[in-house]
Design a protein around this ligand. Structure first.
Ligand code: ATP
Length: 239
């Protein structure tokens, strides 16, 4: 690939008080790729996503998104530029209905007709959400809430979709379903950064991957190669 990456993270460091959660990492994502960041609890995966989305300020390094320096951009302007995040724990608005939650995802847009089309696209991607469109989001199952969070994120028409542990707390059959959806979104051309502890599924669903350990990237490569790597298999694939 000769084009500039859609996202380039260079020398990124993040500290919480005296705790250095990210200690200088470099990675990039090209348009059309699905890239996975795997790592154990506390490795710094969520912190990396929070830095990319402007929720925590980097202590060092730079972030470039979509041709612009976004190191100190606000979350709002990043959404406008095409960044969307599905946070760990989903973050749906429990008192609002499914339809209202989906509508919230389009808050940076004002193209009404296209928004209506995109609502239709979300409902065809997730027929279960259409059936439950008037139900309050807080009463949905965990899997349905994950689908809703992804559907809501798609409403901003993201160029890059960040997914933080979408499999968390879901039954295996639902996890399978969530990954099928992620792969179909990727096939539609959305670039995806997937953060996962479920390394097996995440590596199977992605093109490339990075392993994060205690705030540093220790392994990088094609996902198929990582699936076959003895170190990755021993540490992350339960072998
Ligand atoms: P998990 O898979 O458990 O969510 P993670 O890889 O996403 O883990 P982070 O949540 O990024 O890890 O946390 C990285 C480190 O930063 C951890 O040691 C954590 O305790 C610390 N940390 C995270 N958020 C804060 C905070 N707000 N204040 C202080 N320390 C924090």
């Amino acid at each position: 690939m000769t084009n500039a990456p859609l996202l380039r993270v260079a020398g990124l460091a993040v500290a919480y008080g005296g705790i250095r959660a990210i200690k200088g990492i470099d990675f990039e994502i090209y348009a059309g790729e699905t890239v996975t960041l795997i790592g154990a609890n506390g490795a710094g995966k969520t912190t990396t996503l929070r830095a990319i989305t402007g929720l925590v300020p980097p202590a060092a390094g730079s972030i470039r998104f979509n041709g612009h320096d976004s190191t100190s951009a606000t979350s709002f302007s990043l959404v406008q530029q095409g960044l969307a995040m599905v946070p760990e724990g989903r973050g749906v608005f429990p008192q609002l209905t499914v339809s209202e939650n989906i509508a919230m995802g389009a808050y940076v847009r004002n193209d009404k007709a296209a928004i209506a089309n995109d609502v239709e696209r979300v409902f065809s991607l997730f027929p279960r959400l259409r059936e439950r469109s008037q139900q309050s989001a807080g009463t949905l199952s965990g899997g349905e809430q994950q689908m809703l969070a992804i559907g809501r994120a798609l409403m901003s028409r993201p160029k890059l979709l960040l997914l933080d542990e979408p499999s968390m707390g879901l039954a295996p059959v639902i996890v399978q379903k969530v990954f099928e959806v992620i792969e179909s979104i990727a096939r539609e051309g959305v670039t995806i950064l997937l953060v996962e502890q479920n390394a097996n599924l995440a590596l199977r669903a992605s093109d490339r991957a990075y392993v994060l350990e205690s705030g540093l990237i220790t392994i990088a490569g094609k996902s198929v190669d990582l699936l076959a790597d003895p170190k990755v298999r021993a540490a992350y694939l339960g072998e």
